[in-house]
Design a binder for this molecule. Structure first.
Ligand SMILES: [Fe+2]
Length: 195
């Protein structure tokens, strides 16, 4: 074996072991998994709609408007049945507070709906909502397969100081988030109570 080949192999082995330890560190600190098809029968928990839902929101993936403040967030995921089947054409309606914790009750700012694609996927582009009295930051959603009951729920942000003091907070509704260019990326898969 030539010297350079041996060095190369040693470098590869070192890289593998550091990857393994990174993986182990990540596994120790990672969040509890969001409810998804791999843990079986648990549909996404229902939560109150609260007082600010408005019907007939515009159909759109991006709720961001010019001049809107706040940290950008790209929220993606799937709508699944309890048996892991993706639900195409499922309705997702999102409404939320702005970065200062205020809802737009006159218009449709930070409100929008869309339908999952043929693979059951969705994507919203929005901002991280602010806190308002009594509530940790959260997104409100209604999710519905065509002709089926509506799942009304809320999603939460990991690491928010206000989570523990909010009586509605449910760790099963934590998004998985990571920093991304210009903001954060978040993931959440909804599981509907259907097979
Ligand atoms: Fe709210």
């Amino acid at each position: 074996m030539t010297l350079s080949r041996r060095l190369l192999l040693r470098a590869a082995a070192a890289m593998l072991s550091s990857t393994a330890s990174l993986g182990a560190a990540f596994a120790q600190t990672s969040l509890p998994p969001t409810p998804s098809c791999d843990d079986g029968d648990d549909p996404t928990p229902q939560q109150t709609a609260g007082p600010f839902f408005k019907p007939r929101s515009p159909q759109r993936q991006s709720l961001i408007e010019p001049g809107m403040g706040g940290t950008r967030i790209a929220l993606t995921g799937m709508v699944l049945t309890r048996t892991c089947r993706p639900v195409p054409n499922a309705l997702l309606d999102l409404w939320q507070a702005d970065a200062r914790g205020n809802y737009d009750n006159r218009g449709f700012r930070l409100r929008g709906h869309q339908f999952t694609d043929a693979q059951g996927r969705y994507r919203f582009e929005t901002i991280v909502p602010g806190r308002y009295p009594g509530r940790t930051p959260h997104l409100h959603l209604r999710v519905q397969a065509k002709g089926r009951p509506i799942l009304t729920t809320q999603l939460y942000f990991p690491g928010e100081a206000g989570n523990t003091g909010d009586g509605l907070f449910d760790p099963a509704l934590l998004m998985r988030t990571q920093p991304a260019a210009g903001g954060i990326e978040a993931k959440y898969d909804f599981v509907l109570a259907m097979r």
